[in-house]
Design a protein. Sequence first.
Length: 382
Amino acid sequence: MNILKYKEVMHACRFCFMCRHLDTVGNVTFKEADTPRGRALILDRVRMDKENLKNPDFIDTIYKCALSASCRHHCVSSYDETGLVLAARRDIVEAGLEPEKVKQLSSELKANVTLKLEGSSGGMIYYVDSYTAAKQPAIAEAFKRILTAAGVNCRILTGDSGKALLALGYKDAAKAIAGKLRNAVVKSGCKILVTSCPASLDAFKNDYPELGAAFGADIRILHTSELMLELVERGKLKLKFHKTGKVCYLQSDFLENYNQLGEVPLKLLKKLGGHTAGFGTNCEESYAAGEGAVVYDRLQPQILRLLCNRIADLVDSPDTDVLLTVSPYTKYALATFSKKTLNVISLEELVAASIVSLPGYVKDPLVKTQDRKKQKPRGDKK
């Protein structure tokens, strides 16, 4: 069983209460089972008798987990309770015990694996995940405007990364998708792979090597916040922050808890001349609305509504406060499931709205190519 690799985690977490206040699901269901301690106790029983894996209540609890990884990130001993839950999901899938709603969702994800690469120039690929493409296209459009302002060419890659299937426990299916996407990127000859989706970033950087689909050292993998910060620091973008009212930054699970990149968006915001106010009850809890579970809106819509309503209740002034996010999924979730209308904006949209002048079309400052032609400003005749 996959969970046996996490025996130490089960033994450590099953009697520990230190991080229970950080579990996003436990904070809205108020059930002890929906905490790291509760899940560790359940899986320790499965370890002792694998027949317990068939318990439908146990299975439901494992798939209710939002996988924010806040508990792991802030654990003084770094016990990987998130890894334990993911391992349990793989055991459930391999035993053919996954709930019907998980089977249906996985079938839909497996059927939507077509990759599409658009554009023929530039050493950069901008990967647009399904939530950005279908639910938040304005985020992708904003980022394209930013690249245009900085004079950076890129190609657009759309299609599934396999991250959702992996989060559901379907490792083999995710591996097949990862291999296809990795081969398409490598074949393109690009030097930078950038995405607005923190979940995809985590897949590319951390999951793909374990799935045998590592990109290699020649390809830089960046979140859009990292690239935008580089462009500003290199003087390729001139920005001015002009938002009024309080701006609250909703940290991304995947940037902060999985990849330790949570400070990058804040550095960029500071470069703009803006600042963020504190949000919520503490600075360690996740307010990403189930981002860590990737498809939580499809998997647990009722609990997601509770998560979004809790976030809405923590907003002091919904009419004026701005919620800043770096996750297309989080923006979509809050816009769709919150009981209140919230003013949610992505970092890409904020930066695009803050451009005060175009520095002109310049040579790509980040990607070295052998054949790079000087671009002409819009309106010039060929």
